[in-house]
Every structure is written in structure tokens, then in C-alpha cells.
Write a protein that binds this ligand. Structure first.
Ligand code: SF4
Length: 189
């Protein structure tokens, strides 16, 4: 990694143990994808070559909750599916993190019906809300980087009894939409 050329031979490095642990944790976040709808396609794109989630050490999607520490809920969750989501969350290892990706996961989106959960944060703790319908891969990466910054700062919020509190961070869009390349007109010949 170039370290051996930057440091003198036989040198010694000293640091704090929790800095090393946090560095390792934030560099190897293993996501558990819970992709139920169209947002899942953007999640797949995030891991593919154009966006390359591997640059952030978070491309190892695990389909076993016991090997995952980042739950990404991508898409609408039906009331019938909810117990499965909760079970997966409970089976994941600590410390664990949750991203609610897209309008449907965070609020039910356009599916304002009795059969769709109107926000998964009513049933599992959510750390990061990624807005959009669907969010672009850059937005999801922004959400993952927010979690990495929290891990790096050793800043896991807990209540006085030591119980882990959700971060409740909403990622803000960081881009300006471009103007339409061709003006849209209706009925023009
Ligand atoms: S937020 Fe939009 S893109 Fe994502 S699952 Fe819902 S309808 Fe599909």
C-alpha cells in the first residue's frame, strides 16, 4: 500500500486501540441489502463498476444477517414483510447501522395504503435517510460515508443506560438539477 516506502525500515507505529478498531470497522462495512422494489436497482448500480462501492470498502453484500453490520432498506415494505425485516435487523451483529433508502422506505412514498409501512423507522431504528425516488447511487454513497464518519469519530450515540440510539441523519441533495437541454413544449409542431 506504499506504507513500506513512506516509513523507514524497522520503524514502530503507536496509536490507540479504538482508533485502529474504528478504522477497520469503517473500512469494512458489510451491507445487508433488503431491496424490495425499484430502489434496489440503484443499490445494485452503486455496487457496479461505474460507482464502485468497493472504493469505500462497503461492496461486500452479505445475504446472511449474522455477517452484516449495515442494513440498507431499499424500497417499500409491506406490512406482511415487516416481521422479516425486524428479524433480520435483530440477527445482525453489533454495532449495526441502518440506511432507509428512498421515499418508500422512509415514508411509504406514493403508496399511501393500509398494506404498506409508512416509514420503517416506526419499527426499526434508522440512522440515515437517503432521499429520492429513487436516490441516485451518489446519494447512497453519501449516506454510507456519513456512517463511516460517525464510526471514525467513535461517536456511537447511547442513552444513559448504554442503549444504542439511532442517528436520525437525513442526507441533503448535493447537486443542482441541470436545465432541460431542449425546452419542452406541448402541442408545438
Ligand atoms: S422510492 Fe421510488 S424508486 Fe424507490 S422503491 Fe419507492 S417508488 Fe421505487
Amino acid at each position: 500500500m506504499g506504507l513500506e516506502s513512506a516509513l523507514p525500515v524497522d520503524s514502530v507505529l503507536s496509536t490507540q486501540l479504538n482508533r485502529v478498531v474504528n478504522w477497520a470497522r469503517r473500512s469494512s462495512v458489510w451491507p445487508m441489502p433488503f431491496a424490495t422494489a425499484c430502489c434496489g436497482i440503484e443499490l445494485m448500480a452503486t455496487a457496479c463498476s461505474r460507482f464502485d462501492l468497493a472504493r469505500f470498502g462497503a461492496e461486500v453484500m452479505r445475504f446472511s444477517p449474522r455477517q452484516s453490520d449495515l442494513l440498507i432498506v431499499a424500497g417499500r415494505v409491506s406490512v406482511k414483510t415487516l416481521p422479516v425485516l425486524q428479524r433480520i435487523y435483530m440477527q445482525m451483529v453489533e454495532p449495526k447501522w441502518v440506511i432507509s433508502m428512498g421515499a418508500c422506505a422512509s415514508t411509504g412514498g406514493v403508496f399511501d395504503t393500509y398494506a404498506v409501512v409508512q416509514g420503517v423507522d416506526q419499527f426499526i431504528p434508522v440512522d440515515i435517510y437517503v432521499p429520492g425516488c429513487p436516490p441516485r447511487p451518489e446519494m447512497l454513497i453519501e449516506g454510507i460515508m456519513a456512517i463511516q464518519r460517525i464510526i471514525d469519530a467513535d461517536n456511537i450515540p447511547r442513552d444513559p443506560e448504554g442503549k444504542r440510539l439511532p442517528l436520525n441523519i437525513a442526507v441533503a441533495p448535493n447537486y443542482e438539477p441541470r436545465p432541460m437541454p431542449v425546452p419542452v413544449t406541448v402541442g408545438a409542431s
